[in-house]
Design a protein around this ligand. Structure first.
Ligand code: AMP
Ligand code: MG
Length: 367
């Protein structure tokens, strides 16, 4: 780590500490109580809820205590871990590894093995998804810059130019070296980086003395351990047609849920919504029959990458990929909301205990 990185890491951990102190603890209105803290990293709000069973009360041997000193120190470690990944993987931080690769000056880069492995894994997912997920989409995301003030639809020529540098085959890995065959190709790990960092965070929590917990990381959720009452964690899936509502719930048992949809990062021009997930082939916001998709997987990075891919591919792609990955260690389940508001479920969620559809409470007419 060079001096600049050390200083910025120090500043980041200090900022994280302050935000943890200021966010403090918050009581969950559920029978099981969590120690909870929220911090901001990787362009998103991260909430960590943890429980540690002590079994030392007179009344109930399963009672939970907030071991606040311990749990807050574990959350601080998680925040530091995420900051490290943000420093390495961010596309917008000038001194990140990814920014280094994205400079148009060179073809060869000696990389940290972990970053290289993540890019290699991303390219494998691109192959699996016929390029629907493609981290070389960077020139396109940079051009559209959908979350910027005054975002607008780029010209056809500029979209064509941006797309000409997209293609996972333009990135090759060999030993510790990454090679770009197109100097202008840019990497954007926005569709996998948060999931990857969340997976690492949950690994860290599993190795700690925390009994169970749940982490919400933008569109990604990860849960570990068993809740004493229900065993699994119930995760609500937002209704993409009315984000104040939910379409239903999935039950998460030592696994991850990643949602890809356009309702949060987008801009509207002449009544048309332009979202942040792109079709790498056209360089334009992806448009399939799916308006939101939640992927459940034991692998956090895969859950994240696949949700993005499935949003691009639509229900036919979901069916094909479901078959292709069934029985592998990256098998998944998915809940997709379609443009007509209906819900498509993969087989494993179709039966009892899979997906609980939200039902409007019955209203009784009052006279
Ligand atoms: P997610 O919210 O996980 O679906 O990721 C979307 C983010 O990933 C976007 O904000 C872009 O930074 C990037 N991205 C957009 N389209 C793609 C794509 N087809 N493949 C890979 N990354 C993408
Ligand atoms: Mg994703």
């Amino acid at each position: 780590m060079n001096m600049l990185k050390r200083i910025s890491a120090l500043i980041l951990s200090f900022i994280t500490l302050i935000s943890l102190i200021s966010c403090g603890k918050e009581k969950e209105p559920e029978p099981e109580e969590y120690y909870s803290a929220t911090f901001f990293a990787m362009d998103t709000e991260i909430t960590v809820k943890l429980a540690r069973r002590t079994g030392e009360t007179d009344e109930d041997e399963n009672a939970l205590f907030h071991d606040e000193a311990y749990l807050s120190s574990v959350i601080k470690e998680c925040a530091n871990l995420v900051s490290e990944y943000e420093s390495a993987l961010s596309r917008t931080k000038d001194d990140s590894v990814i920014s280094e690769i994205n400079k148009e000056t060179d073809y060869f880069f000696d990389l940290d093995p972990e970053v290289l492995a993540l890019i290699k894994e991303s390219n494998e997912i691109s192959e699996l998804t016929a390029g629907a997920f493609d981290v070389t989409v960077g020139t396109v995301t940079e051009l559209w810059n959908v979350t910027s003030d005054g975002a607008d639809v780029p010209s056809d020529e500029s979209i064509e130019e941006a797309v000409s540098h997209v293609g996972y085959e333009k990135i090759e890995t060999d030993g510790a070296t990454l090679r770009k065959t197109d100097r202008k190709t840019k990497i954007d790990l926005g569709a996998i980086g948060k999931g990857y960092a969340l997976g690492k965070m949950i690994d860290h929590l599993r190795a700690s003395d925390v009994d169970y917990g749940i982490v919400s990381f933008g569109g990604n959720v990860g849960a570990f351990g068993k809740k004493p009452t229900t065993g699994t964690f119930k995760v609500a899936i937002t209704n993409a047609l009315d984000t104040s509502k939910v379409i239903g719930y999935v039950f998460v048992d030592d696994e991850f849920v990643s949602v890809s949809a356009d309702y949060e990062r987008n801009f509207v021009k002449d009544g048309v919504v332009y979202g942040h997930i792109f079709d790498p082939e056209t360089g334009r916001p992806a448009k399939s029959d799916v308006i939101s998709v939640a992927v459940l997987s034991e692998n956090s990075a895969y859950a994240d990458a696949l949700s993005t891919a499935l949003f691009v591919l639509g229900t036919d792609g979901i069916k094909d990929l479901y078959k292709a990955l069934a029985g592998t260690d990256v098998a998944f389940e998915a809940v997709a909301q379609l443009e007509d508001g209906s819900v498509y479920l993969t087989e494993g969620l179709s039966g009892d205990g899979g997906f609980e559809e939200y039902k409007e409470p019955e209203t009784t007419a009052e006279s």
